[in-house]
Ligand binder design. Sequence first.
Ligand SMILES: Nc1ncnc2c1ncn2[C@@H]1O[C@H](COP(=O)(O)OP(=O)(O)OP(=O)(O)O)[C@@H](O)[C@H]1O
Ligand SMILES: [Mg+2]
Length: 348
Amino acid sequence: MLLPRLPWVETIAVDMGTWQTHICVRGHGVVVREPSLVAYAAERRRPLAFGTEARKMLQRGVEGVTVVQPVRGGMVADFDAAVAMLRHFLHQATGRRLIFSPDVLTCISAGVTSVQRRAAHGALHSAGTGRVNIVETPLAVALGAGVGLNVSRACLVVDIGAGVTDVGVFCEGMVTSATFIPFGGDNLDEAIVRGVKRRQGQTISRTMAETLKLQVGSLNGYAGRGGSASAAKTTNHNSAMMPGLPEVDVSAIPEILAEGLTPLVDELRWILENLPRQQRAEVEEEGILLSGGCSLLDGLESYLARQLGLPVTTATDPMSCTILGLETILEDLSALSLGGRRFQRPAG
Ligand SMILES: Nc1ncnc2c1ncn2[C@@H]1O[C@H](COP(=O)(O)OP(=O)(O)OP(=O)(O)O)[C@@H](O)[C@H]1O
Ligand SMILES: [Mg+2]
């Protein structure tokens, strides 16, 4: 899998997420950070716009335009749209038409099916890349979050994206066990849609639900069902007074978010309970390292710490951990073991 690099061939890293795509060019850093969206004219012959432009069309609701999410749940869901989007972003990243196909490093959730793995590989290949190297996402996240390669006690890396949560036990430059939970920010948006409908009988779109989550979403001070929510940040807001937001009772948002998070909390609890005894003891002391866009949700860190009974810390730049970790590996592909779970920078 990991052949020596040819000097005239560019090497790039791609993190094609459900919400956004990052591309890093070796020696140039992260050069693309765009929403993973493609806008088509209704008859879907030719893409009209990608990334930020496509998001603007989605928000404006342009007539005759359909906006497609090529990745859902962290996996390629619309192959043709994924290829078109990658081709566009690769041109953007390299600033020109590609003469030589760049080698590419990407990551994928641990434990996905071979079909999903082939879809990610195939989309990159069809978009014009050369050799495709794949590592498991938790390794990239841990390296990007700056967890030391020689740290000898296990910590749990939890990256909560829009469509998937990647979980891995990281220790001494290696992911010893990893999995994914089919949960992300999209599920919280859906929980808000359901919660507002149930409590107020009001129908809001998922885009509107996400806007509410981003602007007034908080678990800060949420004391659980029946507890006092008086400290919750959201009680200070009246959504009707915020431009573009529907008039909803935002004091219910913390409880709605907590309900939406239940499947994630249950899965994490199960994973922790089923770790080997020694690892579990270490993780209980070292705690969880949180990353991914969802980790920016106000109050999530302390909410998870309370629910799981262990320390939780959020990475410094949580939305960039994955691509920054891929960038680290890009500099030294030879330090990566086959299988994409270990990275050991040579001494010196
Ligand atoms: N400040 C914030 N508060 C709460 N949620 C946020 C915030 N900023 C972004 N998000 C959410 O984070 C998610 C995007 O995270 P991220 O960019 O890590 O996803 P992704 O890598 O594209 O997706 P995935 O890894 O699941 O395929 C979205 O659901 C978005 O609504
Ligand atoms: Mg991600």
